[in-house]
Design a binder for this molecule. Structure first.
Ligand SMILES: C[S@@+](CC[C@H](N)C(=O)[O-])C[C@H]1O[C@@H](n2cnc3c(N)ncnc32)[C@H](O)[C@@H]1O
Length: 207
């Protein structure tokens, strides 16, 4: 993100656009929900949605009966949008305004979810700090659901450059200690009618 202050960029974006006006909007985050259900974690297992923004994942997880959901995002305005939409149910979610590349988890999550966040983190030092947060915040044998742009995905999003990933490239980035449980390509239809290639992956921490 050369020359761009990410916190200011995302805050400005969410101050001017609603959740359903952004290219990554999904009324039902089917790809994420399918993988989260596939992990088989108990409904009370702690889940962290990293860079959750104003996504409807928390709404759908609550509706599915999950009880320990945290949503972290760099932009307080994004979290405020999600909170306002959820109304009283927002009180059942933990909201964390933080940069994942400097976040120090205070607890361990059984499931770490990231859709369309890691692919914006381009500097090796920031990637290392993201991975340090992941290793510190993930429970033993914990699950990681990562959705990034795929090998044929866009090269930019929200005006910012992104990294496109294959499952093999993600494995290199994650390093040893994560076993690939599943991976698939999905075509995301943006509200503007474009198609974007996403790679949905599910990893499990190995001892
Ligand atoms: C493309 S949006 C995806 C939002 C959501 N995960 C979804 O699928 O709808 C990227 C999100 O990552 C957040 N973000 C970007 N960099 C971040 C960082 N370093 N730490 C935490 N959140 C970040 C942005 O504020 C934004 O909400």
């Amino acid at each position: 993100m050369m020359g761009v202050d990410p916190a200011a960029h995302w805050q400005r974006l969410y101050e001017t656009r609603s959740a359903d006006e952004v290219s990554w909007y999904e009324p039902v985050p089917e790809g994420s929900l399918a993988l989260i259900r596939a992990t088989g974690i108990p409904l009370e297992a702690p889940i962290l949605d990293v860079g959750g923004g104003a996504s409807l994942l928390a709404d759908h997880l609550l509706a599915s009966g999950y009880t320990d959901i945290s949503v972290l995002d760099l932009s307080p305005a994004a979290l405020e949008q999600a909170r306002a939409r959820l109304g009283p149910a927002a009180g059942r979610v933990t909201w964390i305004a933080a940069d994942i590349t400097s976040f120090v988890p205070e607890r361990r999550y059984v499931l770490w979810h990231d859709r369309a966040v890691l692919h914006f983190i381009l500097r090796p030092g920031e990637q290392r700090r993201y991975l340090a947060a992941l290793r510190k915040g993930l429970a033993p044998h914990g699950h990681v659901v990562l959705a990034t742009f795929g090998p044929e995905g866009p090269e930019r999003c929200s005006g910012l450059p992104v990294q496109r990933y294959s499952a093999a490239a993600l494995q290199v980035l994650l390093g040893p200690g994560f076993q690939l449980r599943s991976s698939r390509i999905e075509q995301h239809r943006t509200p503007g009618g474009e198609t974007q290639e996403f790679l949905y992956t599910w990893w499990q921490a190995t001892p």
